[in-house]
Design a protein around this ligand. Sequence first.
Ligand SMILES: Cc1cc2nc3c(=O)[nH]c(=O)nc-3n(C[C@H](O)[C@H](O)[C@H](O)COP(=O)(O)O)c2cc1C
Length: 210
Amino acid sequence: MDFQDHYANMAVVVRHTAQREPVVEVLEAIYSRHAMRDYAPEMPVTETIQSLVKAAVQAPSAMNLQPWAFAVVRGRDRLTSISDPAKAHLLRTMAAGSPLSSLRERLADPSFDIFYGAPVLIIICATSSEAGASEDCALAAQNLMLAAHSEGLGTCWIGLARPWLNEAMAKEELRLPTGYAPVAPIILGYPKGQPEVHPRQDPEIVWIGE
Ligand SMILES: Cc1cc2nc3c(=O)[nH]c(=O)nc-3n(C[C@H](O)[C@H](O)[C@H](O)COP(=O)(O)O)c2cc1C
């Protein structure tokens, strides 16, 4: 039974047995996932990465268009060859007063790896310019991050990589079709340390009606 069948069966069991009970596994995963910024060098096996992508595409998408593709970059050297130009690009293009300015010194540090030593980068790309394609990719990214967490893997969305990944030269280097737009660069790997926990503020809720 593969990953997808397992979870499809689980959903059936949940429907039949727990109509009034919360599905704690999902909430546990949501509450215990944290961005991981410290990785062991071990490479997750191909089948695991494939199963995470399968979980990602269970996300809803507008009109079920599924406007996404997943570029899987493996190996530290390849990730470094993205981290270095991505940092240089940010330093070159950063507007004065940008919130990123506070990162200027860090980005200029040759030893700073924007991918934190992770062995894998999954770039979720919008494959269409339809309105909503980026949102669909973000939903797929969250599915992927939660599925990875449930498999004992760490992830972190690396927005710092996005501007360079959208450059024509980067797409050429990575052999990404020019019409694809990288939306969610997600690093993946086995956690080495413990993630930092960032508490949330109380959300503002505007109640309308009863
Ligand atoms: C769109 C987006 C871009 C992000 N970019 C980066 C990044 O470039 N580098 C990084 O270390 N973390 C990045 N993060 C991770 C956030 O900093 C992190 O999710 C946030 O601090 C909350 O922490 P948590 O994920 O552990 O709950 C990004 C997250 C999102 C959603």
